[in-house]
Ligand binder design. Sequence first.
Ligand SMILES: NC(=O)c1ccc[n+]([C@@H]2O[C@H](COP(=O)([O-])OP(=O)(O)OC[C@H]3O[C@@H](n4cnc5c(N)ncnc54)[C@H](OP(=O)(O)O)[C@@H]3O)[C@@H](O)[C@H]2O)c1
Length: 303
Amino acid sequence: MSEELRSGFTAEPCPFPGGRPPSPPGPSGSVALITGASAGIGAGYAEALAARGHDLVLVARSADALAELARSLTERHGVRVRCEPTDLADSAAITRLIEAVSDAGLTVDLLINNAGFASHGPLQQIDPGLDHRQVMVNAVAVVDLCHAFVPGMVERDHGAVINVSSLGGFQPAPYLAVYAATKAFTLSFSQSLAGELAGTGVRVQALCPGPVRTGFFDDLGTTEGAVGQTLTAEQVVARSLRGLERGQPIVVPGWRNALAAQASRFLPRRLITAVAKRAVGPGQHAQQAARPSVDERRAEDVP
Ligand SMILES: NC(=O)c1ccc[n+]([C@@H]2O[C@H](COP(=O)([O-])OP(=O)(O)OC[C@H]3O[C@@H](n4cnc5c(N)ncnc54)[C@H](OP(=O)(O)O)[C@@H]3O)[C@@H](O)[C@H]2O)c1
């Protein structure tokens, strides 16, 4: 990452989506911090927020992809972008990220915990290390970053958190067992936090997308999700930011996905588990077991 991108970041007000902040504008130096910003939904948030004039901190492992995105956003939207290449499966790296943001004098007024990946297949065929990393990225990092940045938001009575869960967070999912569990965790954690912060100037949203066309499915040996209404990252991000303006604590983009989320609340758990098992299906997990996951392939590139 170029030094220019790091040092070129100075304190500036950071408007909220649509120019309608949930509470009075934050202090100078306020930024939106987006994890998993190198691709997919995270890059979509970066694009949408930069277009609205937000200064950004972008987090993911792929330093080159972050730097390229930062350069493009700065050129096209005139915003300041700081890149923080970080492996969120590594607790020490998360601590370094939090310190770097603090040392730079930045105030995170919008935290988007979006980074995540899925392991797929029967538990006994999945590398335990991969599942450990999945829990770290999809769940532990979400809590760590909320601990780092929510207290400041509460003190300022201003800010917002978006935690990216999934439609899969509403139900068990055989062959995606750890993934669905981390997304259920994120959904529950976000709802609880939203309850704690109700009446303050801090909003919390759990975004629960159905299938979205991103590189997410590369790891699963398929190009699209088997269940639900498939949307683009841009559609999902637009719906999430609209929901934030409206103060919606849970956003499920796409009406068919929203219906599925509701149905999973009322149908017997055994039935929805069986339906999910059929939908995710065997056959796909065999492909994943036979090839290294994107997460494993990228692990070697972590700076
Ligand atoms: N696509 C879908 O259908 C779908 C549906 C529901 C929910 N979601 C959720 O949406 C979020 C974004 O997924 P996506 O669809 O945009 O997938 P994606 O295109 O694969 O992007 C995943 C992002 O997470 C980052 N990431 C993965 N492991 C990381 C690690 N150890 N440390 C730091 N960053 C890491 C990746 O960056 P690096 O590889 O550069 O680190 C990348 O920027 C995830 O939480 C996913 O569970 C996706």
